[in-house]
Design a protein around this ligand. Structure first.
Ligand SMILES: N[C@@H](CCC(=O)N[C@@H](CS)C(=O)NCC(=O)O)C(=O)O
Length: 211
């Protein structure tokens, strides 16, 4: 039995849903929000109290990138993706490991900051006089600038040319989450916008877009 924990609103859960779909792996869902799960029982599944969590025939895997790495190492990637490029076989290209790792960590930091900004907003603390919030906004802006330059100069066709990379999946999930909740603006960055529009053409990406 394969069970993915986490709701449709989470950009981190969406990354895993896209990869499961790309790999043709069926799965069940428990869409209970992390914050609605009792700490005592949830901590037995995941000590960080976060989603996504994947249970796969008794194996419990935490954290979106680790779950994706587990899936890529455990199951075959279908050869035929129709007209679309094949899913990348690993989180990073072996010959660009450190550079690709930097992209993944920049996306993770930007996404964590977006989640903090949103949670502070929901808690009624969305004031720039809160230094922690101002820092998160500065982080998002710095990451967006860096990613825009990176896509423009090196990755107009994606972070792993010829493949759908985990970085591409993280990018579209992060930017859609920001747009849906109006956390920050990225649509004025031409290269990011163009790349995201290319990604919307993939059925796994369009099918998981929040309404
Ligand atoms: N680095 C983690 C981040 C996961 C994360 O922050 N998930 C959020 C949902 S969007 C969560 O579970 N938040 C619950 C909380 O912070 O209490 C990953 O990529 O899986």
């Amino acid at each position: 039995m394969r069970l993915l924990h986490g709701g449709d609103g989470s950009p981190f859960v969406r990354k895993v849903r896209i990869v499961l779909d790309e790999m043709g792996l069926p799965f069940e869902r428990d869409t209970t929000l992390a914050t609605d799960r009792p700490v005592e029982s949830f901590s037995k599944l995941n000590p960080t109290l976060k989603v996504p969590v994947l249970e796969d025939d008794g194996v419990v895997v935490l954290e979106s990138n680790l779950i994706i790495e587990y899936l890529l190492r455990t199951y075959p990637i279908p050869e035929n993706q129709g007209d679309h490029s094949r899913l990348a076989p690993a989180l990073t290209r072996p010959d660009h490991h450190w550079e690709d790792g930097k992209v993944l960590d920049t996306l993770r930091a930007m996404e964590d900051a977006a989640v903090f900004i949103r949670l502070l907003g929901v808690a009624g603390l969305a004031s720039d006089s809160v230094p922690f919030l101002a820092r998160q906004k500065a982080r998002v802006s710095s990451c967006l600038d860096w990613l825009e330059a990176k896509v423009q100069s090196q990755a107009p066709e994606g972070f792993w040319p010829g493949h759908l990379s985990v970085a591409d999946i993280s990018l579209v999930c992060a930017l859609d989450f920001a747009a849906k909740h109006q956390i920050y603006t990225w649509q004025d960055r031409a290269s990011l916008k163009e790349r995201v529009e290319q990604l919307y053409e993939r059925p796994s990406v369009s099918a998981t877009r929040a309404p």
